[in-house]
Design a protein around this ligand. Structure first.
Ligand SMILES: *Cc1c(COP(=O)(O)O)cnc(C)c1O
Length: 475
């Protein structure tokens, strides 16, 4: 046993450590006050451990405290505190619109524009031609009209805000008729009945979970009380078997015949037809417009592949009313989002949009490309002694509450560690300098390269190769 008094005498003083060169260098990044606090806490911690006889081997050098090791821990701790909390991760899960990992990736092409807008004065609410005040929505309004064929458009923070704004503007204190099959909950916090209540509209449920007929809607319409008919896309689930729902066109006609506006919460809102890529069950914005629905809303960061935003398009009469609603000011979109949204929407004017928007590129990645990317990882790690690696066929998911039943066939790298558990391997990859987020399936780690950008594959390979020393496995 090492003698306590000797170790206590060995304990460095705050002043001594402050003179150390490595520690001194920290003060160019963070204040002296923060560094002093970390040093004090570390010394206190070591002192306590000496007294409890629980000093870590890592800070001992034979019978003495290893001051260099302590300094290193202090430096790591200060640098750790100085690290950004919101930072890049590598998504190796294969779930394209991973809500916890930030949903859609903004295209690299939009990046420069985004940085320029962030650090300069801009035309945000200034009309250069007229030399006077303009509106922030003008930057995307015409584009949205052009791309969708709608009469007017408005953008707010997210689709939840969009639905709330629509209901509050159109149907406050009135009944909104919704099918019982469409009372959705998205991601645990967006629930149609609750949003409805917040907006001041009154939910009027019709039909049953599996079947809602035209007559259910028409019987529920009351000239005095009805404010709107609402159709909600069942984004994250499907009702199958003995089912029936009323199509958009019929619903739009029913609304028109009764002078009641029809709202469609489209959820994802794809601007491109995905059928040619084998994706059939996601309604497009165009289908809603063609059905002549009065107001349509969808997210900016789901299948559209842009920033978080709630896009509202539809009849001018209603959009103008929404613009005047004080709630619009509270839900207004910021300039960075606008820059990313305008940049993303402009990509839709090109012919090769599916290769320029990361979300669409990942969704339409062929099995051949999937094989090439997976092989690259496989070849990089196949000779590694401490893991068993093989390529397997599997499926990626779209995620973000979109296309719940649609699975995208992929080639996947399956890794089985030999000397340690999958949970240990998953943790080491997750805690690397750039976290690599993987999936665990049974006794293996799955690396799905569909959601890994080409440039990051090398990092993933290195991260896997480096896992052994970190785990302290002897070989
Ligand atoms: C995702 C979704 C929402 C919520 O959209 P956010 O942009 O996440 O606020 C609302 N309705 C439907 C049908 C959805 O799919």
């Amino acid at each position: 046993m090492i003698e306590q008094t000797k170790l206590l005498r060995n304990l460095p003083k705050v002043d001594e450590l402050l003179h150390n060169e490595q520690i001194n260098r920290l003060m160019s990044k963070v204040s002296r006050q923060i560094v002093v606090k970390v040093i004090r806490d570390k010394i206190d911690d070591v002192r306590q451990k000496i007294l409890n006889d629980t000093v870590d081997q890592s800070i001992l050098n034979q019978e003495e405290l290893d001051i260099d090791a302590i300094i290193k821990e202090i430096v790591n701790s200060v640098e750790g505190q100085n690290e950004m909390s919101l930072r890049k991760v590598i998504n190796a899960t294969g779930t394209i619109l991973h809500t916890n990992l930030g949903r859609a990736l903004i295209s690299q092409e939009v990046q420069r524009h985004l940085c320029e807008i962030a650090s300069n004065y801009t035309t945000l609410e200034y009309d250069v031609e007229a030399g006077k005040r303009g509106t922030r929505y003008a930057h995307v309004e015409k584009l949205l009209m052009q791309l969708t064929g709608a009469e007017a458009a408005l953008v707010v923070n997210n689709n939840a805000a969009a639905v709330m704004l629509i209901l509050s503007t159109i149907a406050k204190d009135k009944e909104v008729i919704v099918s019982r099959g469409e009372l959705v909950e998205i991601g645990g916090s967006f629930r149609i009945p609750e949003i409805m209540e917040q907006s001041g509209a009154v939910l009027k449920e019709v039909g049953t979970t599996n079947k809602t007929h035209f007559r259910d809607y028409s019987h529920a319409i009351d000239m005095e009380k009805t404010g709107a008919l609402l159709k909600v896309h069942t984004s994250n689930y499907r009702i199958m078997g003995f089912t029936d729902e009323v199509g958009l066109k019929e619903l739009a006609e029913l609304g028109k015949a009764n002078g009641v506006p029809v709202i469609h919460d489209l959820g994802s809102g794809s601007l491109v037809e995905l059928k040619e890529y084998g994706i059939f069950d996601e309604p497009t914005v165009k289908e809603s417009i063609d059905a002549e629905v009065d107001i349509i809303s969808f997210s900016g960061d789901k299948l559209l592949g842009g920033p978080q935003a709630g896009i509202i398009i539809g009849k001018k009469e209603w959009i103008n009313k929404m613009k005047k609603n004080p709630l619009t000011r509270a839900l207004r979109i910021d300039k960075l989002t606008l820059a990313a949204l305008e940049g993303t929407l402009r990509l839709y004017l090109s012919d090769d949009v599916t290769s320029r928007i990361p979300t669409l590129k990942m969704m339409t990645e062929t099995k051949e490309v999937s094989m090439l990317k997976a092989e690259k990882v496989f070849n990089g790690i196949k000779n590694c002694q401490h893991i068993q690696v093989q390529l397997i066929e599997g499926f990626s998911q779209i995620g973000g509450g979109s296309l719940p039943l649609h699975q995208l066939p992929s080639w996947i790298v399956e890794i089985k560690p030999i000397h340690y558990t999958v949970n240990e391997l998953e943790k080491v990859l997750r805690e690397g300098s750039i976290p690599v987020i993987t999936r665990i399936h049974k006794d293996a780690i799955l690396i799905d390269t569909r959601t890994i950008e080409e440039e990051s594959i090398g990092y993933v390979i290195d991260a896997i190769l480096e896992t052994r020393p970190n785990l302290g496995v002897n070989q």
